[in-house]
Design a protein around this ligand. Structure first.
Ligand code: MN
Length: 411
């Protein structure tokens, strides 16, 4: 009997970890540093899906799972979509483990603790966790392979990315695929089904053709979750139920669920009220060459450039953010939905020479041409720093496409 639900399983994790003996391996499962809904939910859900599998094969529990929310505890409230989804799934957010929790930092830093690391939604440890390299045993991702942790290979290295595009719009699709191979599974736990479905819909923009994110694999995962989840067990308050469930079928309405989550994430008031610093760090990733050279940062922001730069103290926040993040080049990728289509812009801020070389590369190189960037304006921020504003013609070019182009420029 597998009474453990997604939410009760997660609630039990801190106690499981407290109870580990010297012989037990702690499997840390974590998403990427941007810590978006996909990163958070793929880590939590993979942990539970593994638990279901382990229960089936009746192996001894020599490994305990430690799913991590890969951001600081106080930052979850900034991830509105993920936060809402966890609430709807009945997950107690307080009992989750976060990047800055001592439970994690102690285990990560203590060489005597037996441990392994599974990366979801990224395939290269963030720079300040590189010391965990030797412990990485598994990768489940849909970003371009950065060819790191090369001791992880074969079945353990699942990277759904090929030729400039992701083969799955969401890591949660890959988690669902693992669930689909579990032959003994009779139905999918309601909280798990809702969490996975919600993220896949967010990441593929409800399989929008214009956005070009969703693939056949995402479609299959969506169909599987819709059909096999025990939706009747979902405990929702009446207001939310009215918003996301179809009252005739008692199944989630895909478009309503998607819109509800999307609106929470894009809420213009939420973004307008936010400090510039928070807008930059809410969905931020740092990149560097294989040799650790030429680092740059990319922040995804759900506001137009015009509104973003009009925030009070924007450029002061940018300069101090870049200093803290230790990068002298920062790209801000903005997106706004207009008529169900993403509209994208890029604001490049950096040391004059570097920003200009990068601008030149983005405007003229073959590799960058598919992004269809058109330079609008260049402006000095101070004696050393310049900002360059572009409109981006290609609505499909998100960070997943822009980052490899900038990395390849080696400028
Ligand atoms: Mn993802």
């Amino acid at each position: 009997m597998y009474e453990e639900t997604f939410s009760s399983f997660l609630k039990g994790v801190p106690n499981n970890i407290k109870a580990v003996s010297d012989q037990t391996n702690v499997n840390i499962i974590m998403g990427n540093e941007a810590g978006d809904a996909d990163s958070i939910i793929s880590s939590l859900s993979l942990s539970y899906v593994n638990f279901l599998k382990q229960n089936d094969s009746k192996t001894d529990n020599i490994s305990v799972s430690m799913p991590l929310v890969s951001i600081n505890r106080n930052d979850l409230s900034l991830r509105r979509d993920a936060s809402l989804l966890l609430d709807m799934a009945g997950v107690d957010k307080e009992s989750l483990l976060f990047l800055n929790d001592e439970v994690f930092t102690k285990i990560a830093r203590d060489d005597k603790v037996k441990k392994s690391v599974t990366l979801t939604d990224h395939n290269k440890l963030r720079s300040n966790l590189q010391f965990l390299d030797e412990y990485v045993v598994e990768i489940l991702d849909h970003h371009q392979d950065e060819i790191c942790h090369n001791h992880v290979s074969g079945e353990s290295r699942k990277i759904a990315f090929d030729n400039k595009s992701a083969l799955a719009g969401s890591t949660c699709t890959l988690v669902t695929e693992i669930l689909m191979t579990n032959k003994n599974l009779k139905e999918v736990d309601a909280g798990l089904g809702l969490s996975l479905l919600g993220v896949i819909l967010l990441d593929t923009m409800d399989m929008s053709k214009e956005a070009g994110k969703g693939t056949d694999r995402d479609q299959k995962a969506i169909d599987f979750l819709m059909k096999h989840t025990n939706w009747s067990a979902l405990k929702l308050d009446e207001e939310v139920r009215g918003k996301i469930m179809d009252s005739d079928t008692n199944l989630p309405s895909r478009s309503s669920l998607y819109e509800y989550l999307r609106d929470s994430k894009f809420d213009p008031q939420f973004w307008m009220d936010m400090l510039p610093r928070d807008a930059l760090r809410i969905d931020y990733k740092r990149f560097e060459s294989k040799e650790g050279n030429a680092p740059f940062g990319l922040s995804s922001v759900l506001l137009e450039v015009k509104s973003l730069v009009s925030k009070e103290g924007f450029y002061e926040h940018v300069l101090s953010f870049m200093k803290e993040a230790d990068v002298n080049l920062l790209g801000v990728l903005t997106m706004k939905i207009v008529d169900d289509k993403p509209q994208r812009e890029l604001l490049l801020i950096g040391k004059k020479e570097r920003a200009r070389i990068m601008t030149e590369y983005l405007m003229t190189s073959e590799a960058a041409s598919f992004l269809d960037l058109v330079k609008q304006e260049e402006k000095d921020i101070d004696d050393d720093v310049v900002s360059v504003y572009f409109k981006q013609g290609n609505p499909k070019g998100s960070r997943k496409q822009v980052a490899p182009v900038m990395l390849a420029s080696s400028c």
